[in-house]
Design a protein around this ligand. Structure first.
Ligand SMILES: [Zn+2]
Length: 276
């Protein structure tokens, strides 16, 4: 009799422990995916998150230029799938920083003073930028140079990828080493994708290389960590059109796989010889 009673008692005791964990409030670290890499390649995706930030109201944007709260749907999925695909191709990991929090609470592709309105959002801003800055520093220390892709989405050119380098500024070192072919040639990331059939804006064949789409020339992240600064990391903002990010027929996954092949080609041509 006493034996049979033990079983239900143990069961009852365990239940509250098991259900408590999922209800725990999210911490800053819970809302940013961070992966330490082994390659001189860094991927950031600041606008794909869908999670609420605890105790932080939605931003209203008073006095903020280019205020935006819309999320870049599925860019988090593209970044993470890209990482997995690249690992298969290069047998190493890229560095990864991906927001799980939604942009309407804070926008980490903005300078701090424009990024959030509640002090409670500050730890989330730091939880994004601290690992991103650490990745840039680690890659510079180990390899002397590297590539940062900041993954975004736009709906204006639905089947196209817009390049944002502040018209070439954020890839200053790449241009000095290899000229424009490092950004638009056949083995560049965008040149490879264009040859794969993607529409790239500005076209890699354009005579005027610096004329990027005015709305998509690159934001705070590429402007802060690009190779015109002290980080020595060539930074490209990639704005994927909405057709390239759809979940239907796993379009986002094809985009991520093609991007991984493009980055692998770039790595073989331009990065492999970086010091180890
Ligand atoms: Zn964006």
């Amino acid at each position: 009799m006493s034996r049979s009673l033990l079983v239900p008692l143990v069961g009852v005791a365990l239940v509250p422990v098991l259900v408590a964990a999922p209800d725990a409030p999210a911490t800053p670290a819970d809302l940013v995916v961070v992966q330490k890499g082994t390659l001189p390649i860094i991927v950031s995706a600041p606008h794909g998150g869908r999670k609420k930030v605890p105790d932080v109201p939605e931003r209203v944007g008073t006095g903020v230029a280019q205020f935006a709260t819309v999320l870049d749907a599925n860019t988090d999925l593209i970044a993470e799938r890209f990482s997995a695909e690249l690992e298969k191709l290069l047998d190493g990991k890229p560095w990864l920083v991906v927001a799980r929090f939604e942009r309407k609470y804070l926008d980490v592709n903005r300078p701090r003073e424009q990024a959030y309105e509640s002090d409670k959002a500050k730890p989330y801003y730091d939880a994004y930028h601290e690992p991103l800055e650490a990745a840039c520093k680690a890659v510079k220390a180990k390899f002397g140079r590297g590539l940062l892709l900041d993954v975004h989405g736009q709906g204006e050119f639905k089947d196209a990828i817009c390049r944002g380098t502040q018209n070439g500024k954020t890839v200053t070192l790449l241009k000095e080493r290899d000229g424009w072919r490092g950004l638009t040639g056949k083995r560049s990331v965008l040149g490879f994708l264009q040859n794969r059939g993607y529409k790239v804006l500005p076209s890699c064949d354009a005579d005027e290389k610096t004329k990027e789409e005015p709305k998509f020339t690159g934001g705070y992240i590429v402007g802060t960590y690009g190779s015109h600064t002290g980080y020595a990391i060539d930074a490209i903002q990639l704005e994927f059109g909405s057709f390239l990010r759809e979940r239907e027929k796993d379009k986002y996954a094809k985009t991520a796989k093609d991007l991984a092949e493009a980055v692998a080609a770039f790595y073989d041509e331009y990065l492999k010889d970086a010091k180890k």
